[in-house]
Ligand binder design. Structure first.
Ligand SMILES: Nc1ncnc2c1ncn2[C@@H]1O[C@H](COP(=O)(O)OP(=O)(O)OP(=O)(O)O)[C@@H](O)[C@H]1O
Ligand SMILES: Nc1nc2c(ncn2[C@@H]2O[C@H](COP(=O)(O)O)[C@@H](O)[C@H]2O)c(=O)[nH]1
Length: 268
């Protein structure tokens, strides 16, 4: 399996400025690296004299070399991305757009299997059994756990249980397909423990205000449930540095493309 490092993303951007790597903005690239927050990102941009509007493919050679040197010092290439499996986890706070991004990937990149979870929560209007979730009762969820049919499971927002059916994931991985799980932080940690070579991606909102307005705008939860979800969101945001990559969802298509780039990188 070939490992794609941030340095390789930089090389792809240089080779083809119109490629997904080339059109990625430098701040997004930096934020997708482990343990880079907004403050660190801004300090690095200032230190390397790179404007935040610059795209990787539009860097001058001095800037590109400065960025490559900074990367080499921070994460030497051979250790930057140890062998990855084709299993990608997409997590992030409530209403950041995980489901929307996953739906965009399902529609536009059918080669990637998007896992369908089991849940004890009731369907929302318009949700379809087997497409959005497998809606099960508590007894059936207990049975799935007892029979070892779930790869991971968790009680999310201290309310309902959600879990990833194991069989379709294992079959797809055995067939060489890439698999995307859209799950919560607890599930992401379980997947990491079960398969340290999985890639963990954290989806970030452009701002806290935007997150709350997406949650309100979705209109699927009452005020009590929204408050519960926002409490979990603070906990999840505080854990973002545990993830391999972070992607800001300010455009669904851009965020989806960045996730797909990571999926494809891990599948080489
Ligand atoms: N990039 C975006 N810009 C504007 N609105 C967005 C964007 N991405 C998603 N949304 C909207 O935000 C709302 C929440 O999105 P979505 O339901 O996909 O979030 P989620 O992360 O799956 O939430 P949860 O974890 O609560 O299930 C939806 O109304 C969706 O249309
Ligand atoms: N640990 C898991 N978390 C999951 C799974 N499927 C979904 N989720 C997460 O639950 C919340 C709430 O989802 P909603 O559909 O009720 O809004 C969200 O964060 C999902 O990512 C799963 O299989 N395992």
């Amino acid at each position: 399996m070939r490992v794609v490092t941030p340095q390789e993303v930089l090389r792809r951007a240089e080779a083809d400025p119109q490629s997904p790597a080339g059109t990625m903005r430098v701040p997004e690239f930096l934020m997708a690296l482990p343990a880079i927050g907004e403050g660190k990102r801004d300090r690095v941009l200032a230190e390397l004299a790179i404007s935040p509007v610059k795209r990787l493919g539009g860097l001058g050679s001095r800037q590109r070399h400065a960025l490559a040197a900074w990367l080499d010092q921070r994460m030497p290439e051979p250790q930057a991305r140890p062998g990855r499996s084709r299993l990608i986890v997409l997590a992030g706070p409530t209403a950041v757009g995980k489901g929307t991004v996953a739906a965009h990937i399902r529609e536009n990149y059918p080669e990637i299997l998007i896992s369908v979870s089991a849940t004890t929560r009731a369907p929302r209007p318009g949700e379809v059994e087997g497409q959005h979730y497998y809606f099960v009762d508590e007894a059936e969820f207990d049975r799935l756990i007892a029979d070892g049919e779930l790869l991971e499971y968790a009680t999310v927002h201290n309310r309902h249980r959600y879990g990833t059916p194991r069989a379709p994931i294992e079959q797809a991985l055995a067939d060489g397909k890439a698999v995307l799980l859209e799950i919560d932080l607890q599930g992401a940690r379980q997947v990491r423990a079960a398969d340290p070579s999985a890639t963990l991606v954290f989806l970030l909102p452009p701002s806290w205000d935007e997150l709350t307005s997406r949650l309100v705008g979705r209109g699927t939860e009452d005020e009590e449930e929204r408050a519960r979800r926002l409490r979990t969101a603070r906990v999840e945001l505080a854990a973002q540095s545990e993830f391999d990559f972070r992607i800001v969802n300010d455009s669904v298509a851009d965020a989806a493309r960045q996730v797909v780039d990571l999926v494809q990188a891990s599948a080489r």
